[in-house]
Structure formats: structure tokens, C-alpha cells
Design a protein around this ligand. Structure first.
Ligand code: NAD
Ligand code: ZN
Length: 360
């Protein structure tokens, strides 16, 4: 299947098909890209998937070079971005080249950022290899790196020219990274498509079999929201932050590296569901069905007692969503029906975080 992302002259297609990685070269040529390709990847992903991508680009004359960073969030840094830019320049790339990001969200955000500034901006293609990257980070054009002061503080909107999603690359993804990605899959369904929740429930979390059309429909939810609010100025794109306000607070409160993003978002979703029951009439049964789904993918739903509520609140106070002290919190009226509310107070959030300590 194909998802069109309609953004005027920045429009592009997301192609979802098993085996597509091996045909990336011809697919990229068909999309109209020209010049030399600079593949940016991390050492882990490259070990499994770089050869197939290089060969397919080579076969159609894109003459690719490969630029690797270490795996992990620490590579989303200004110093790695500079290193990659230098490596591109040293390999003779210029404004006629394009970047291919092969990897998870870290590589996609870093390589997209590099593409946005190298020679003042060159085209780039996303080849996402994690669930998070396939359904979330590769679509929408947010690119960037972290600062010591906080995540994603440097960046640019730079839409890809093409997104190539091959579900078969998920076979090499470790189970924990596979499962955490479903926090975002479930988030998309919860805000816009209640029927999809039932289909996600039918997946076997012990396998890597996600049908291409389910991935495509999940991507389409994000695509429609990005189309309506490309630069996050109209409050619509904020719906994608469902579960992320308290989730980010928890993520930041936990010692670095102990909890994956999707695991923190699972807890954030539980808190947001509770607040939705309280403030916007979400039925307990709808709430329970979403919680069951998170549990189905082994996402933790009880907060570690070592993480104090005060610490989570302190961390979340720094979140950029707290503009001028005003909380804009995404709630559900029903499964598939999200909206941005200003009815949630800090003490409501405090109670919701406390609630996360109780078994569900
Ligand atoms: P990641 O890129 O760090 O990948 C997770 C781990 O899995 C890494 O160690 C990686 O090497 C490995 N890996 C990736 N694909 C693999 C594969 N197919 N086989 C084996 N190993 C593989 O993490 P992620 O969860 O994909 O992305 C998280 C990042 O995405 C964060 O920095 C977050 O801020 C960003 N993000 C961005 C957006 C956006 O809109 N731009 C949206 C959501 C998340
Ligand atoms: Zn997220």
C-alpha cells in the first residue's frame, strides 16, 4: 500500500511493502531523485540491512557512500551531526546529492537534520527500521538533535522526498524495541480509529508479523494530522502528544537508559486514559480495552515506587507543552476521538501519577 502525504510542493509518498528494501534503488529512481546517495545509518542497523540497500542503490547508479554513527540516543547530537556532515563533504557530496536515512528514529532525526543543513538543505529519503520510525518518526518532517539541556531542542522541519517502509526489516529488531513501538501504534489508533484497536489486538506480539496494510493505515492517521497542521501551529498536531505529557515526565525522571520511550509512553497513556475518564466522559470499558492492548504488548503499566511523583512533576514542568504555565492536555472523549483540553490542572496530573502506582 501507499500513503500519500499531501503538503503542496512538499508532498511525498510512503510506500509500505514487504521486500521493498531490496528494491529501494529503483523505487527512489522512480520517485525522481537524482545524483549520488549518502546512506546514514547506525552500526547495529547497518550490520543487518546496509548491504541490501547499498546494492540496490548501486544497481541503478546512485553510487552510494555509507556514513555510520554508534547506535543509541546519544548519537542525536550536534557533534555527531557535524561529523556526518564532514564525512559527506569528504566523500565529495554536494547540493546534488541526497541522504538516505536507514534506521530507527535516532538515525531518521539525525540524518534528516543533516539533510536540512548540508549545503543549506538537500533532499532525503527515510528507510525506517523500527516500529516507532515506521509509524511515527519517518513521517512528518520533524528532524533534529538533542542538547544537554533537553531532547530535540535543535532542529528543522524538513520533509522527506520518499519514505520506504519494509516490514520485513523488523525481523531483526530486539523484542523489547519491537514491543515499545506499539505504544505509538496504539496511540494513533486511540486518537483517530477505534476500529483499528481491535485489529491490533489480533496481532501476536511474539512474532514480527504486522500486515503491511495495518502499518499503512496507522501511518495514514499521522499523515492526515500532519497535513492539517504541518508546522504544529494550529493545535491539531498536538493530538499526537496523547500520552506524552506525563509520559515525557516519567521518561525524564527515570535514570537514563532504564526505560525505553514507548515504555514511558505506555504509563503516560494509562494516566491520560484515567484523566479522560474523569474530565471528558471516556467510558471505563473503552479505557480498559486500550489498557489491555498496552498490556498485550508487554508494556509496563505500574510506576516504579523509586520514581517519586514530585520528580515526575518537576521534569514535566520543563516540557515545552507547558507554554506560559498553561497545561494543554490531550484527552479522549471516546476511543478514536481525541481533543486538546485545558481543564486538566497540575493537581489532577499529580493524582493521575499517584494512580499509576496501583495495579490496574
Ligand atoms: P532507535 O533509533 O535508537 O532504535 C532503537 C534500537 O534498535 C537501536 O539500538 C537501533 O540500532 C536498533 N535497531 C533499529 N532498527 C533495527 C532493526 N531493524 N534490527 C535490529 N536493530 C535495530 O530508536 P527509535 O525508537 O526507533 O527512535 C527513537 C527516536 O525517535 C527518539 O530520539 C525520538 O525523539 C525520535 N522520534 C522522533 C519523532 C519525529 O517526529 N521526528 C517521533 C517519534 C520519535
Ligand atoms: Zn512518542
Amino acid at each position: 500500500p501507499t500513503v500519500h502525504v499531501d503538503l503542496g510542493e512538499r508532498s511525498y509518498e510512503v510506500l509500505v511493502e514487504t521486500g521493498l528494501l531490496a528494491r529501494a534503488g529503483e523505487t527512489i529512481a522512480r520517485a525522481g531523485l537524482k545524483g549520488r546517495a549518502a546512506i546514514v545509518s547506525d552500526e547495529t542497523v547497518a550490520k543487518y540491512h546496509a548491504e541490501a540497500l547499498q546494492a540496490s542503490l548501486q544497481a541503478v547508479g546512485f553510487n552510494p557512500t555509507l556514513h555510520l554513527v554508534p547506535a543509541g540516543e546519544a548519537s542525536k547530537s550536534m557533534s555527531r551531526a557535524e561529523e556526518v556532515c564532514s564525512s559527506l563533504a569528504a566523500a565529495g557530496h554536494d547540493r546534488r546529492s541526497f541522504v538516505v536515512a536507514l534506521g530507527g528514529g535516532v538515525v531518521g532525526d539525525l540524518a534528516g537534520f543533516v539533510a536540512s543543513v548540508f549545503y543549506r538543505g538537500i533532499p532525503f529519503v527515510q528507510v525506517p527500521t523500527t516500529i516507532v520510525a515506521q509509524v511515527d518518526s519517518s513521517v512528518g518532517g520533524k528532524t533534529g538533535v538533542n542538547l544537554a539541556e533537553g531532547k530535540n531542542l535543535l532542529g528543522a522541519f524538513h520533509q522527506p522526498k520518499l519514505v520506504i517502509v519494509d516490514p520485513s526489516v523488523l525481523a531483526t529488531l530486539p523484542a523489547r524495541e519491537y514491543h515499545e513501538g506499539f505504544a505509538e501504534v496504539i496511540k494513533h489508533a486511540a486518537i483517530r480509529d477505534a476500529a483499528m484497536l481491535a485489529e491490533i489486538a489480533k496481532l501476536d506480539p511474539a512474532t514480527r508479523d504486522v500486515p503491511a496494510d495495518l502499518i499503512a493505515r496507522n501511518i495514514a492517521i499521522k499523515a492526515r494530522i500532519v497535513e492539517a497542521d504541518e508546522h504544529e501551529t494550529k493545535g491539531i498536531r498536538a493530538l499526537l502528544n496523547f500520552g506524552h505529557t506525563i509520559g515525557h515526565g516519567i521518561e525524564a525522571a527515570v535514570p537514563y537508559g532504564e526505560m525505553l520511550h514507548g515504555e514511558a509512553i505506555g504509563l503516560g497513556l494509562r494516566a491520560a486514559l484515567l484523566l479522560s475518564e474523569k474530565h471528558s466522559g471516556l467510558s471505563p470499558s473503552a479505557s480498559k480495552s486500550i489498557l489491555d492492548l498496552l498490556a498485550h504488548f508487554h508494556l509496563p503499566l505500574v510506576l516504579d515506587p523509586a520514581i517519586t511523583t514530585g520528580r515526575v512533576l518537576h521534569k514535566l514542568g520543563r516540557d515545552k507543552k507547558f507554554e506560559a504555565g498553561k497545561v494543554r492536555f490531550v484527552l479522549l472523549r471516546d476511543a478514536g476521538d481525541a481533543f486538546v483540553s485545558d481543564a486538566v490542572t497540575t493537581s489532577d496530573m499529580e493524582a493521575a501519577i499517584e494512580h499509576l502506582r496501583m495495579p490496574r
